[in-house]
Design a protein around this ligand. Sequence first.
Ligand code: FES
Length: 147
Amino acid sequence: MGNTKEDALQNSIQAYVDRQMETYYSKKTIALSNNPVNMGRIKDASGSAIVKGVCGDTMEVFLQIDADMIKKIHFFTDGCGVSVACGSAMTQLVQNKSLNEALQLSANFLIREMGGLPRDDIHCAILSVSTLYKAIAEYLLKSESIA
Ligand code: FES
């Protein structure tokens, strides 16, 4: 059983932090940062890539592709909470889409879908989309060399 005074203090600190976060980030960004989707590596990926962002953090993207459709996509990052949210939203946007449709995803569109991002976090969205492009390119180059 926890100490109720400590619990109350912890709860009020958490509520303060949550209010501060909501002044900078959309509910969607906070939710995906706290509960990421499609995060993790895929062992038998058809294509994968790793990109280091301007901040020094990295993102990885893993694709399972069948007949030019993205059947499964996962990402992994050692970056900030926003990169976790961006990676999650990016995978949701391109899952079950064709490679051509996925290549049309822009960082601007991703940012709009997330309800906007502060200027200092825009590079996290760019990192997600760039890593997706690189994973698709890696897949296409690999399949071309097999054909
Ligand atoms: Fe490095 Fe967000 S990915 S700060």
